[in-house]
Design a protein. Structure first.
Length: 432
RNA sequence: GCGGCUAUAGUUCAGCGGCAGAACGCCUGACUGUGGCUCAGGAUGUCGUGGGUUCGAUCCCCACUAGCCGCCCCA
C-alpha cells in the first residue's frame, strides 16, 4: 500500500515549532487588542463570485491560482454552486461587513483575523499552497473617519510595533500611493500610451506585462529595461490634490511617531482593489519572497461587492514567512526551538503504583505544575533517563513513598535528592 | 505554468555497475530503587515511485512524484 503524504505545498506543523507559532499569534492578539481591534473568523470557503469580483477577475490569483469546485446540488430543487477556498481574507471580511450591516453602527470596524489561505502556486521557500495569514482591516462609513490618513498611519505604526515586540529586526517599510479610483485608470491609460511605442525593445516578460498589467512593468527587475522604465510617466504626477494630500498626511504622521519608511513610486500591488496608500514590509533572508506583509487602502471594495460606501485599509502578513525569519534569527543565536521542560517527571515504581501516581499527578497539575507521568513498568534507570530529557525534577513514587506519604525528589540540574512530604510537594516544585 | 539542482537509517550526510555505510539519535547490558560522562553490544533501510539498459542497478537512461533555488506572481 502506498503511503499517504501531505499534499504538495501543504505541511504539518509539529511541536516544538508550534510553540513559536503560538507565540507569534498571541503577540498579534495582544498588540492588536491595544489598538482596539477585535477578532473576526470568516469561512474558509466562499462563493467563487466573491473573489472574482473582490480580488479581480484578471489577477493571477483569481485567473489561475484558486481552488474552485462545483458544490453539487443534493435535491432537484437545489442548484449547484461554485465554491472557492479563500485565496486571501480581505474580501471575506468585507463581505461579512456588508452582510451584517456593520456600517449601520456608524463606527469604524477594526477587525483582525488569523487563518489559512489557499493558492495553487508552485511551492517554494516561504510559499505554500496552504499558507497562514494574520491580517487586519479598519473599515467603516466615511463619517466614522475611515478615509482619514490617520487610519493608514495608525495601522502602519501598529505593524511596526508588532514586529518590534516580536523581536524581528531588519525590516523595511516601503510605501507608495497608487491614487484614487479615478486617478488610477487615468495613470494606467497614460502608461499604456507611453509603453506602446517602446515596448518592442523590452524583455518578453515586460512586453507581456505592458499588455496585461502595465503597472507591473514598473516593478520589473530586468536591468536592461531600466532606461525605458525611467522615462515612463510617474504615478505621483497623476494623483489628484486629495490623493496627494492624503499621502502627505500619512507620511507626516509616520514621521511624527518615528516610524521609518521608504517611498517607492514603483511599488504596485497585485490585487485590483487597492487605492491610494499601498505598502509592504520586506525582510532580507526570505529569498525571492522577501515580502513579509503587504497591504493598502481599498476605498471602493465594498461598493464593488454591492455594499455601501465603506473605505478601509488593511494588510495581510505571511505567518509562514514571519516564522521563517524568526527561526533563522533565533537559529543563529540560540539554536532551534527547544521543548520546554516539564516541572517534574513522576515515576511510579511498579505497576501497582500506576493508579496512585495518576492521582498524585492530578493533584500536582491542579496546582498548575507541568507533570510528565511515567509508567510503573519502566525500570528506574529508564525513568531517570526519560525524566532527564523531559523535566527539571524527578519524583519517585515507590512502595515506601506511598506508605509514608513522603516523596523522593531529585533535581536534575543540581543532582540534589530530597525527601518531601506530599503536602509540601507542589509548593516546593513551584519554588524550585 | 517555465527553467535548474536534489532525493540513501529517526536526523544530518558519505558512498559505489557486484553483501548498504558514518556521525548523532534509538534499544540492550555493565548498574535488579538512581540520569548526565564512560565502556561493551544491537537494530536501523522497499537506497522517493515506476519502467528501461545490463549476467547483475542504490549507482547509468527515461518518466513520474516530492523538496529546494530562480522566473512568473504573491504573504
Amino acid at each position: 500500500m502506498t503511503l499517504l503524504k501531505a499534499v504538495r505545498g501543504t505541511r504539518d506543523l509539529l511541536p516544538p515549532e508550534t510553540e513559536l507559532w503560538d507565540r507569534v499569534e498571541s503577540t498579534a492578539r495582544r498588540v492588536f487588542a491595544r489598538y482596539n481591534f477585535g477578532e473576526i473568523r470568516t469561512p474558509v470557503f466562499e462563493d467563487t463570485q466573491l473573489f472574482a469580483r473582490g480580488v479581480g477577475e484578471e489577477t493571477d490569483i483569481v485567473s489561475k491560482e484558486m481552488y474552485t469546485w462545483e458544490d453539487r446540488a443534493r435535491a432537484q430543487s437545489e442548484k449547484s454552486q461554485s465554491l472557492t477556498l479563500r485565496p486571501e481574507n480581505t474580501a471575506g471580511v468585507v463581505r461579512a461587513y456588508i452582510e451584517h450591516k456593520l456600517g449601520e453602527t456608524g463606527l469604524l470596524q477594526k477587525l483582525y483575523y488569523i487563518g489559512p489561505q489557499f493558492r495553487r502556486e508552485r511551492p517554494q521557500k516561504g510559499r505554500y499552497r496552504q499558507f497562514w495569514q494574520i491580517g487586519a482591516e479598519a473599515i467603516g462609513p466615511p463619517s466614522a473617519g475611515s478615509e482619514s490618513p490617520l487610519r493608514d498611519a495608525e495601522v502602519l505604526e501598529m505593524l511596526a510595533s508588532f514586529l518590534d515586540e516580536l523581536g524581528i529586526t531588519g525590516w523595511t517599510l516601503v510605501l507608495n500611493s497608487v491614487g484614487s479610483a479615478s486617478d488610477r485608470p487615468k495613470y494606467v491609460a497614460a502608461l499604456r500610451d507611453a509603453l506602446a511605442p517602446v515596448k518592442d525593445q523590452m524583455s518578453p516578460d515586460n512586453q507581456r506585462r505592458a499588455e496585461t498589467n502595465p503597472l507591473r512593468v514598473l516593478d520589473s527587475k530586468d536591468p536592461a529595461d531600466e532606461a525605458i522604465i525611467a522615462t515612463l510617466p510617474k504615478i505621483a504626477d497623476y494623483l489628484d490634490d486629495e490623493s496627494k494630500a492624503h499621502f502627505a498626511a500619512v507620511l507626516a504622521a509616520l514621521d511624527a511617531c518615528g516610524v521609518k519608511y521608504e517611498v517607492n513610486p514603483r511599488l504596485v500591488r497585485g490585487l485590483d482593489y487597492y487605492t491610494r496608500t499601498t505598502f509592504e514590509f520586506t525582510h532580507g533572508g526570505l529569498g525571492a519572497q522577501n515580502a513579509l506583509l503587504g497591504g493598502g487602502r481599498y476605498d471602493g471594495l465594498s461598493e464593488m461587492l454591492g455594499g455601501p460606501k465603506a473605505p478601509g485599509i488593511g494588510f495581510a502578513m505571511g505567518l509562514d514567512r514571519l516564522i521563517l525569519t524568526l527561526k533563522t534569527a533565533e537559529g543563529a543565536s540560540s539554536g532551534a526551538p527547544q521543548f520546554a521542560l516539564a516541572d517534574a517527571f513522576l515515576a511510579p515504581l511498579g505497576e501497582a503504583l500506576n493508579a496512585p501516581a495518576l492521582e498524585l499527578a492530578r493533584e500536582l497539575r491542579r496546582h498548575g505544575l507541568r507533570i510528565e507521568l511515567g509508567d510503573g513498568t519502566f525500570r528506574l534507570r529508564k525513568s531517570f533517563e526519560i525524566g532527564n530529557k523531559l523535566a527539571h525534577n524527578i519524583i519517585l513514587l515507590g512502595e515506601d513513598e506511598q506508605a509514608s506519604g513522603i516523596l523522593t525528589v531529585k533535581n536534575f540540574a543540581t543532582g540534589e535528592q530530597t525527601k518531601i512530604p506530599r503536602g509540601e510537594l507542589a509548593q516546593t516544585l513551584k519554588n524550585s
